[in-house]
Design a protein around this ligand. Structure first.
Ligand code: C5P
Length: 276
């Protein structure tokens, strides 16, 4: 069978990244987080004091072209089967390297969240990122293999899962499976808040001064703040001129507001297997 591409698009915090990673693990595919490349571009802008992207675009594009972005996805380093007691699926970790530096945490900071949609709206920046995206996808893709089974030699397809905003519409318009993942605005904001809350708990456990209240925790937004930020980012992503967020006409729309993570992952993996 030929190699298989799954495009997962949708608004901010709809669960694209964890879903894409679990689907990639389930199918033995590679994974590319395209949003992280825009986040790296945004970090380059912040670190080099390019506050106004519209006037500094040429400088920023130059910086992007001179930089390397690497996405390390190692599904083999985690348990690949669901937990037998809880049935819960594991989500493999992914690390983002910008010029060999691990920026995985830094690119999720509020400053980056606030600026990234502006950076991603620039046509020149998008062209620079496009090259990185396609190269990374080619390198991450797992190859099809033939294995001897009880029914003779069977072919196991390889492939890649990529998530973002314009993967099915612009980056891989011929993807074998396109998913548009959505959830209500409130569900998305609450999930993101939960995520931040658990990382704050982890930070408290690791740092006695933080736990004792002797040290102020890092900036910690309310659900309302998060909802507002997500809405602003979606508005910018939907209304920009260059490859805006759209539902590709041949995409399968999945609203996961009332679905479990496992239902969602298995339904996407099944859709893929049906088309292989
Ligand atoms: O997916 P994530 O939230 O990390 O993406 C951050 C931002 O990067 C998005 O809000 C969007 O502005 C931009 N982006 C994009 N096209 C993609 C992926 C992300 O414009 N394919």
């Amino acid at each position: 069978a030929r190699d298989f591409t799954i495009a997962i698009d949708g608004p901010a915090a709809s669960g694209k990244s964890s879903t894409a990673r679990a689907v990639a693990l389930e199918l033995g595919f590679g994974y590319i987080d395209s949003g992280s490349i825009y986040r790296c571009a945004t970090l380059l802008a912040l670190r080099n004091n390019i506050a106004d992207v519209s006037t500094g675009a040429t400088d920023l594009i130059d910086l992007i072209n001179k930089s390397s972005v690497n996405i390390k996805f190692q599904p083999s380093s985690t348990r690949s089967a669901p937990n037998l007691i809880t049935g819960r699926l594991s989500v493999p970790d992914v690390r983002i390297l910008l010029n060999e530096e691990d920026v995985s945490e830094e690119i999720r900071k509020p400053e980056v969240n606030r600026l990234v949609a502006k950076v991603a709206s620039d046509g020149g920046v998008r062209t620079a990122v496009l090259g990185i995206q396609r190269a990374l996808a080619g390198a991450a893709e797992t190859r099809s293999t033939s294995v001897a089974g009880k029914d003779g030699v069977v072919s196991v397809p390889g492939g890649v899962v990529m998530d973002g905003r314009d993967i099915g519409t612009t980056i891989f318009p011929n993807a074998e499976l396109k998913i548009y993942l959505d959830a209500s605005a409130m569900a998305r904001a609450i999930r993101r808040w939960d995520e931040m809350n658990s990382s704050l708990k982890q930070a408290r456990a690791a740092d006695p001064a933080l736990a004792a209240g002797d040290k102020a925790p890092a900036e910690y937004p309310s659900v309302e703040d998060i909802a507002r930020e997500l809405e602003e980012r979606d508005y910018a992503d939907i209304n920009r001129e260059h490859s805006p967020l759209r539902i590709a006409k041949d995409a399968v729309v999945i609203d996961n507001t009332a679905m479990t993570f496992e239902q969602q992952v298995y339904s996407i993996a099944d859709l893929a297997r049906d088309r292989m």
